[in-house]
Design a protein around this ligand. Structure first.
Ligand code: SER
Length: 314
C-alpha cells in the first residue's frame, strides 16, 4: 500500500483511518472521498473529493486522476439505518460495492471493504463463532455484508483483484460518533458518562456483542493490507474482535472512574432484535494465525482511554 483512495472517509471508521494513513503514508498519498464535503476545519486545504459511490463514472475519473494502488471502500449504511430504508441500503451498500470492485478491476487496485458481525444470523453458533459457519442474517445490512463477502471472493477468483476483508465487531472511538449502528450504545455510554454521569441504554443488560477499540481496527486494516498474500488462506472475510461485552460490563468499568455513574434501560425492540440475531462472541483465531492480528485494547484500557479523551474534549 503506497497510494490510497478512501470512500466514505467522513464516516466512523473513515475519519480516523484518513488521519492515520496520512501520518503513515504521507498527506499527498491519501485521497479521502465522501458523499458530502468535510465540515472539519482541520481538513481545509488537504486533498479531498466529493464522491457518491453510486456514480461509477466519477469514481473511475477520480481514480484515473489520482492513480492509487489501493482502494479502501468504507462507504456504507449501518445496520439500524439500513433497516429503516432497506432499498436505499441496497443501493448504497451493494451498487456502491460493485462500482468500487469494477473500478479496482479496471485500475488494478488492491481492495479492502469491511464486513461485519452483522453477516451472521440467528442460526449461526452464538459462542466462539467460527470464521466459516452458517451465515443466514435476517437484516438488510447482513444480507449486504454476506453478498459483499461473496462478491469480493468472486472478484479475486474470477478477475484476480486482490480483495481482503475483516468482519468488524462494534467499533468504539471518541473521534467520530457512529450513526445508525446496533452497537452504538457502547460509544454513547462513554460520552453520556462524562457529560451527565448517566446513560439510558437501548440494548438490554445481558446482551453480549463483540467490540473493538478503533485504534485496533485501523491497525487491523493496515496489517491485513500489508500482509504477504502467500500467508492468506482466506480473504473475505476474517473474524476480528477484542472483547465480548454487554452494557452492565461497560457500566461497571466506567464506575471505577466515575463511581456515581447510573445506567438505565429503555430497550429499542428493533436494535435489540438485531443484536439478538448476532453472535455473542466470535473466534478471531484465523486472523491471528494468518496475518498476526493482535488487538491491544481490553475493556479496561479502552474505558480509561475513552473517558480521558472525552474529558479533554470539553
Ligand atoms: N457497528 C455495526 C452496526 O452496529 C456492526 O457492524 O451496524
Amino acid at each position: 500500500m503506497e497510494r490510497i483512495l478512501i470512500t466514505g472517509a467522513l464516516g466512523q471508521i473513515g475519519t480516523e483511518l484518513t488521519l492515520k494513513l496520512r501520518e503513515k503514508y504521507g498527506e499527498g498519498n491519501v485521497l479521502p472521498t465522501d458523499i458530502k464535503a468535510p465540515e472539519d476545519d482541520n481538513l481545509k486545504g488537504l486533498p479531498f473529493e466529493i464522491l457518491d459511490v453510486r456514480d461509477m463514472e466519477r469514481m473511475k475519473g477520480i481514480v484515473s486522476e489520482f492513480r492509487p494502488d489501493t482502494m479502501l471502500h468504507m462507504a456504507a449504511l449501518l445496520s439500524a439505518t439500513a433497516e429503516k430504508n432497506p432499498q436505499f441500503a441496497w443501493d448504497i451498500n451493494m451498487v456502491g460495492l460493485m462500482n468500487a470492485l469494477e473500478t479496482a478491476r479496471e485500475y488494478d487496485l488492491k481492495f479492502f471493504t469491511p464486513s461485519s458481525i452483522g453477516a451472521f444470523g440467528p442460526s449461526t453458533p452464538k459462542e466462539n463463532t467460527p470464521q466459516v459457519t452458517i451465515q443466514r442474517p435476517t437484516t438488510m445490512y447482513g444480507v449486504n455484508k454476506v453478498a459483499g463477502e461473496l462478491l469480493c471472493d468472486y472478484y479475486f477468483e474470477k478477475f484476480g483483484v486482490d480483495t481482503r476483508s475483516v468482519r468488524f465487531p462494534g467499533l468504539i472511538s471518541h473521534v467520530k460518533e457512529p450513526g445508525g449502528g446496533t452497537t452504538d450504545y457502547a460509544v454513547e455510554i462513554y460520552f453520556e458518562a462524562v457529560r451527565n454521569g448517566a446513560y439510558t441504554s437501548f440494548i438490554d443488560k445481558s446482551t453480549n456483542m463483540d467490540m473493538m477499540y478503533m485504534d485496533d481496527a485501523i491497525d487491523a486494516i493496515i496489517k491485513l493490507m500489508e500482509a504477504d498474500p502467500d500467508q492468506l488462506v482466506d480473504r473475505n472475510a476474517f473474524n476480528v474482535t477484542a472483547m465480548s461485552i454487554n452494557p452492565e460490563m461497560v457500566a461497571n468499568e466506567i464506575r471505577k472512574h466515575i463511581p456515581g455513574f447510573t445506567l438505565d434501560y429503555d430497550v429499542d425492540p428493533v436494535r435489540q432484535g438485531i443484536a439478538a440475531s448476532w453472535p455473542n462472541a466470535i473466534d478471531a483465531s484465523e486472523a491471528k494465525r494468518q496475518w498476526g492480528f493482535q488487538p491491544k485494547y481490553t475493556l479496561e484500557k479502552m474505558t480509561e482511554t475513552m473517558l480521558e479523551a472525552i474529558r479533554n474534549k470539553k
